[in-house]
Design a protein around this ligand. Structure first.
Ligand SMILES: [Zn+2]
Ligand SMILES: [Zn+2]
Length: 254
């Protein structure tokens, strides 16, 4: 799993197994995503599909050009397909609703509902034939029961650690934006992610990645400390890394 970049200025994560790569979100320009793939040593020829979590610009900015350039299908929920007008500019659009599964090469992708101010947002799990499973949940104000069930079997958890609540409350954002982020359809805080981890982490989880960290209302150290403290509370030692906006963070399970 290579998080090519994560945050409100762009999101794209590459998940590879064997000769198949799946991209989750395409929130940078196509040129920038191709540049980051190349820098991470991932062959763009191996990309089989792009899956979109929701229609916000930081998740879809490059999808039009990238899907055409790579000649791959775009998977998204019916609500995202409509809200992003995908069918008007992506030739191969495939609906993947929360609760459904789809095979892409040797990867098995399943979607679950998230809670965000978008048309039909979702998180995904991506399983490999050798029993590893990534769970990716970002841009969600809360994790619902469906999300917890989907994430329970994952061996690699990529969970949103968007903000430190105190930094957000005392920070420069206007009131309405603070309310939006803090709402149940906003973004997950470090503490909320840590609480979720106490329920989701188990001894088969091999790595945890904090996602979509705000550059204004968070720091990598605060996000990592929250998650690590939660792991200590439940007696598990699992490596934690925090995804970055401007550089790739990779996690390899062998
Ligand atoms: Zn986002
Ligand atoms: Zn969003």
């Amino acid at each position: 799993v290579t998080v090519l970049g994560s945050g409100s200025s762009g999101n794209c994560t590459a998940v590879s197994s064997g000769a198949d790569t799946l991209l989750v979100d395409a929130g940078f320009s196509a040129k920038e995503i191709l540049r980051r793939l190349c820098a991470a040593g991932i062959d763009s020829e191996h990309v089989r599909a792009i899956v979109l979590t929701h229609e916000h610009t930081d998740h879809v900015a490059g999808v039009r050009v990238l899907a055409k350039r790579l000649g791959v299908p775009v998977l998204a929920s019916p609500g995202t397909i409509r809200a992003a007008s995908l069918q008007s500019f992506v030739s191969d659009t495939r609906a993947l609703s929360p609760g459904e599964e789809m095979n892409v090469g040797c990867l098995e992708i399943a979607a679950f509902a998230t809670s965000h101010d978008a048309a039909e947002p979702m998180g995904v799990t991506i399983g490999t034939s050798d029993g590893e499973m990534l769970g990716l949940a970002t841009d969600t104000g809360v994790l619902g029961e469906e999300a917890f069930q989907a994430l329970a079997a994952c061996t690699l958890l990529a969970i949103e650690t968007n903000h430190d609540e105190r930094l957000l409350q005392n920070g420069p954002y206007p009131w309405f934006l603070k309310q939006r982020i803090l709402s149940t359809r906003g973004h997950l805080s470090n503490d909320a992610a840590a609480h979720a981890l106490e329920r989701l982490a188990h001894d088969r989880v091999r790595a945890i990645i904090g996602m979509h960290a705000s550059r204004t209302n968070n720091t990598a150290a605060l996000a990592a400390t929250s998650l690590e403290t939660a792991l200590t509370r439940i007696g598990l030692a699992i490596p934690v890394s925090i995804a970055r906006q401007d550089a790739a963070v990779a996690c390899t399970l062998t």
